[in-house]
Design a binder for this molecule. Structure first.
Ligand code: URA
Length: 430
């Protein structure tokens, strides 16, 4: 077998055997197959696809490329395909764990225009996100939940393949996304997972039909791996919440945990939490949404968040005093120039604008500015008059403010009539 033959077979649309997939991924990790050959193979997979058996084989091979976590009891997890102003993890995990259901969430960093939970958490003074398997067990025992960065020891094949996909236009492939996500869930020992599959202009797969295919593939792969898997299709036409960045998104999560927050964000949090609550046996599917709503209103999830911060080394005072979180020194306000209704807030453009302010990375080695970001003062459908504040841009010296303003201008429209607004939760795939 040669790398050339494996690439050529996939390019011609042939089915790869498990042996071929295993040999190819192993060879890549061992340094016997070059990056450029793997890049060509990724493009062949993106163009030709993979059938369910190949997708499963790739997932399992990737999951077995590193260590696997094992827990003495079932643990649940959630994962999103990537969003903007999507701080759901910081609400859903403490909410579900406040029901007595252990949750182990391995999160990533921001990618392109989408935010990453680990970058957000690093805005919290003291919080440790690089946890060893021993630390993960300790934090879970102490607080009933863990949110940690995916380490190089868990599914390392995904880390390497993802970095290549990110720069070779091979991110938006259903089998590659499914194998990437589910290999991490298998490696993390999850017994159940709820997936938030985004659709709309700001999603990796913008078309609803593609997002639905991804959701079905994820559920099929999860079931084959013995993971109870459900997916919700949620709308990423506009940013989910009102805060885009890192410290600002932690603050937004605290608002939801305190019983406030924008309706769309709260609804997605409750819907994801309800899926996990039903999966974890805390309530029937019919009663789960009202159970998690009551729990959120009771303040139990907020207390749970503080308990977890303590266990993972974070400064729990931020829960009562969110002003302790970093905040950029400067602010630029964007206002409406005419009366009407906000008809479009493009999630992708807003996400890219936040990157220009320093809230995300333009190159892999860039440092995040934890206090930079965007606060939206309107959502699609909000009536506005001239001079009404649409957004506040927060930044420090060195930020590309004019680039951010241009992106915001291109991403925001005001029209005469209120637009139709979809979502935020479009459908469930089980
Ligand atoms: N999230 C992942 O973890 N992997 C992908 O391929 C896409 C989104």
């Amino acid at each position: 077998m040669t790398a050339y033959e494996v690439i050529a077979r996939k390019r011609r649309g042939k089915r790869l055997t498990r042996q071929e997939i295993q040999w190819f991924i192993r060879g890549y990790l061992d340094g016997d197959i070059a990056d450029y050959q793997v890049a060509a193979w990724l493009m062949a997979v993106t163009l030709q696809g993979m059938d369910p058996d190949e997708t499963w084989d790739l997932t399992e091979v990737m999951a077995f490329s590193g260590e696997r976590l094992h827990f003495p009891y079932p643990t649940l997890d959630k994962h999103s395909t990537g969003g903007v102003a999507d701080t759901t993890t910081l609400v859903v995990v403490p909410l579900v764990s406040s029901l007595g259901i252990p949750v182990v969430k391995l999160s990533g960093r921001g990618l392109g225009h989408t935010g990453g939970t680990i970058d957000k958490l690093e805005a919290i003074p003291g919080l440790e996100t690089a946890l060893s398997p021993q630390d993960i067990h300790r934090v879970l025992e102490a607080s009933g939940m863990v949110i940690a960065g995916q380490s190089a020891r868990l599914a390392p094949a995904d880390g390497h393949l993802y970095a290549l996909r990110d720069v070779t236009a091979t991110v938006d492939s259903v089998p590659l996304i499914a194998a990437s996500i589910m290999s991490k869930k298998l490696a993390a020992g999850a017994s159940g997972v709820v997936l938030d599959v985004k659709t709309g202009s700001g999603a990796i797969l913008p078309e609803l039909t593609q997002a639905r295919e991804l959701a079905r593939t994820l559920v099929a792969v999860g079931s084959r791996g013995g993971i109870n898997t459900r997916a919700l299709l949620t709308c990423m036409d506009q940013p989910l919440g009102r805060a885009v960045g890192n410290a600002v998104e932690v603050q937004a999560a605290l608002e939801v945990l305190g019983g406030g927050g924008p309706r769309r964000l709260v609804e997605v949090c409750l819907s994801l939490a309800a899926e996990l609550a039903a999966m974890g046996g805390a309530a029937s599917r019919v009663d789960a949404y009202s159970l998690v709503s009551q729990k959120l209103a009771s303040g139990a999830a907020r207390e749970q968040f503080a308990r977890w911060l303590r266990a993972q080394g974070g400064d729990e005072r931020i829960v009562d005093e969110p002003d302790r979180l970093p905040r950029a020194a400067m602010e630029r306000v964007l206002t409406a120039d005419r009366p009407g209704f906000v008809t479009r807030i493009d999630a992708r453009q807003v996400g890219m604008a936040a990157v220009r302010l320093g809230a995300g990375r333009r190159r892999k080695e860039d440092r995040i500015d934890p206090g930079a970001g965007i606060i939206l003062e309107a959502e699609v459908g909000t009536p506005v008059s001239p001079g009404a504040v649409l957004a506040r841009l927060r930044f420090n010296h060195g930020a590309d403010v004019s680039g951010a303003v241009k992106l915001m201008d291109a991403g925001l429209d005001i029209g005469e009539a209120p637009p139709a607004v979809r979502g935020p939760v479009l459908e469930a795939v089980r």
